[in-house]
Design a protein around this ligand. Structure first.
Ligand code: HSE
Length: 422
């Protein structure tokens, strides 16, 4: 990379402004933002208008600009910008997880074809430097799993609900106001955002590139006050967990779904917009990374770190992808234990070893526990979403706590019925 990094910044939302602010405060002599491309002509801006252009091509074609920093949230437009910029010989830094996850194989090829670096640390888990850690620190170690909380907005909402008794709607509005949520917040609360991040990390951690549609995701959007009430009674909390784990020799399970857990646990201790990544490795054992997963400054700081890395010619090597003896393959055949709360009785037929723990008087709402493969869950994902069914993965401890609570609840109901019949 040339000595001076002359940046064309595309997008001036929460992260773009965060980056601009950090660069202004750092006064780094080899970094200069030459121009910022924005879309909306009538939006009020925090900088004088001479900093801006409404024409992205002006930036991509400017011979003086050698780094494109792409921070827009339209993944399709971002893809076009990134490709054209690389073709034009410009290094690219992006935070767009959807775009990277959906086109990862091609983006790796483009880096080789044009011999141009593309860095995207800010795409995954905001301020936690996890991609470079996987690339550089764990490049030779066999990993057993990477898992954690990869979506700041969902975690913020769950914290507001469980620790402060706020409603889901209030908490979501607050996450939007603080700039944590995507412009379409369903991407956050239905687990898509965490899935894109997981796919990116899985490529670096295990050398496996998986199309997003193959990976099951569901989020927290179906949680009702009644769900919350019995989850609380059981002494549990909900966290949205992203997980890639070797489940059998060389077979990798990958998914995003809520889990029920005790509050004092590795994920339970992570609150608000904080993210965490748990890495389980063959020799270094388990390590936990924690940091702010959303917000202009934490994410902007990850973008700046990539820009600075370009200055010392850094590029991803994709070590695990290129290891000739890497035989890890993605599987959806893995079977997990879940709790399912639904109004749609047909969905219960998808569960093996199904136990109904609770059904209300009208049989309109059923809570059941059972086993199901990730491929079956992926097949019924749309049905789960449209019927607003709540799904959560259970470990043994959570299953036993839920069973005790709901069975006690049913016993109380029968007792009440008996007493009123007397
Ligand atoms: N909407 C994302 C989140 C922003 O809440 O985590 C950071 O990627």
């Amino acid at each position: 990379m040339k000595n001076k990094l002359t940046i064309g910044l595309i997008g001036f939302g929460c992260v773009g402004q965060g980056l601009y602010d950090i660069i202004s405060k750092n006064s780094n002599p080899f970094i200069q933002i030459k121009k910022i491309a924005v879309k909306h002509k009538n939006k009020k801006r925090s900088l004088p208008m001479q900093h801006f252009t409404f024409d992205v091509q002006e930036i991509i074609n400017d011979p003086e600009i050698n780094v494109i920093v792409e921070l827009i949230d339209d993944a399709d437009e971002a893809y076009r910008i990134v490709k054209n910029s690389m073709r034009n010989g410009k290094a690219v830094v992006t935070a767009n997880k959807k775009m990277v996850a959906e086109h990862l194989s091609e983006l790796i090829e483009l880096q080789n074809t044009y011999q141009i670096p593309l860095l995207y640390e800010a795409s995954s888990c905001g301020g936690i430097p996890i991609i470079r850690t996987l690339e550089e620190y764990y490049n030779n170690e066999h990993l057993q799993s990477i898992s954690g909380i990869f979506n700041g907005s969902s975690n913020y909402i769950l914290t507001q609900i469980f620790q402060h008794g706020n409603t889901y709607a209030q908490a979501l509005a607050e996450a939007q106001r603080l700039g944590f949520a995507e412009s379409n917040p369903l991407l956050d609360v239905e687990g898509y955002d965490a899935k894109y991040k997981l796919i990116i990390l899985t490529a670096h951690a295990f050398g496996v590139v998986i199309p997003p549609t193959d990976v099951f995701n569901i989020g927290i959007s179906a949680l009702t006050p009644r769900d919350l009430s019995w989850i609380r009674q059981a002494g549990l909390i909900v966290k949205l967990e992203a997980k890639a784990e070797i489940v059998q020799h060389n077979l990798l399970r990958v998914s995003v779904l809520p889990i029920l857990n005790v509050p004092n646990s590795a994920l339970g201790n992570i609150s608000y917009e904080f993210n965490t990544v748990l890495v389980k490795a063959a020799f270094s054992d388990q390590q936990q990374f924690v940091g702010k997963g959303a917000g202009g400054h934490p994410t902007g700081s990850a973008v700046l770190s990539d820009i600075v890395a370009l200055h010392y010619h850094y590029r991803y090597e994709y070590h695990k992808l290129h290891q000739s003896n890497n035989q890890i393959a993605f599987t959806n055949a893995h079977i997990i234990r879940i709790l399912l709360r639904t109004k749609q009785k047909e969905l219960l037929q998808q569960l093996d070893d199904c136990t109904i723990l609770y059904s209300d008087n009208t049989q309109d709402e059923i809570v059941a526990i059972g086993s199901i493969s990730l491929s079956k869950l992926n097949e019924i994902q749309q049905a789960l979403l449209t019927t607003k069914s709540f799904v959560a993965e259970l470990n043994e401890q959570a299953e036993s706590m839920i069973r005790k609570t709901l069975i006690r609840h049913e016993a109380l109901k029968s007792l009440t019925r008996l007493i009123s019949a007397c």
